[in-house]
Ligand binder design. Structure first.
Ligand SMILES: CC(C)(COP(=O)(O)OP(=O)(O)OC[C@H]1O[C@@H](n2cnc3c(N)ncnc32)[C@H](O)[C@@H]1OP(=O)(O)O)[C@@H](O)C(=O)NCCC(=O)NCCS
Length: 170
């Protein structure tokens, strides 16, 4: 797996991979496909040195995307806290890429100044629950029945991993 900063040329693929996750109804809170235009401004706000967006290539194809978002609108008190998001193209799921990529993101956190990595996911997202548990995330919150996805009430689990600033890849 080759992981690199995403460029704007990757945006159509990023949007495609994101849209692939909508029908399953267990990851994103979007219910309709998004477009490249919808995401242009969003994409331009990423900063490789602080809040990056990466793509992971497998055999030369972009197979996954992952990015860090600021918490609570990016207010300064939360500078060292970021939320990680991860989307694996459907054809590449269940091959261990999700776990491997999240581990890699954790290793990047010290150089990005992130000491609390948040993961927020619907409470029926079994794959994310398993990945987080195995990587040492701790569940801090569970907002029950807070969303309606495809007609079902779903809760949101908030988990966190504390990352000492001096460990991991520098
Ligand atoms: C969630 C997601 C990132 C997992 O990535 P992945 O590469 O498919 O997962 P892995 O192959 O690393 O599997 C991790 C574990 O989850 C399990 N798993 C994977 N897909 C699963 C599924 N659909 N249902 C139940 N368990 C699943 C695996 O069996 C594995 O279990 P283990 O702990 O026993 O080894 C991926 O399915 C995805 O992109 N989903 C859509 C977007 C999303 O939900 N993102 C997370 C919220 S931002």
């Amino acid at each position: 797996m080759f992981i690199r900063d995403a460029t704007q040329a990757d945006l159509p693929t990023i949007v495609e991979i994101y849209n692939q996750s909508i029908p399953a109804g267990w990851s994103t809170a979007d219910t309709k496909p998004i477009t490249v235009d919808d995401r242009l401004e969003w994409f331009r706000k990423f900063e490789p040195s602080k809040r990056p967006i990466w793509v992971a290539e497998v055999d030369g194809q972009v197979a996954a995307i992952t990015y860090l978002s600021s918490f609570y609108g990016g207010r300064p008190a939360y500078d060292a806290t970021a939320e990680v998001s991860l989307y694996i193209a459907t054809a590449y799921q269940r091959r261990g890429i999700g776990r491997q990529l999240k581990q890699w993101v954790i290793e990047q956190c010290p150089r990005l100044g992130v000491t609390t990595l948040l993961s927020m996911h619907f409470d029926h997202n079994e794959a994310t629950r398993r990945i987080n548990e195995s990587l040492g995330f701790q569940q801090l919150g569970h907002l029950t029945e807070i969303a309606v996805v495809q007609g079902h009430k779903r809760g949101l689990v908030i988990s966190a991993l504390r990352i000492p600033p001096t460990t991991g890849a520098q």
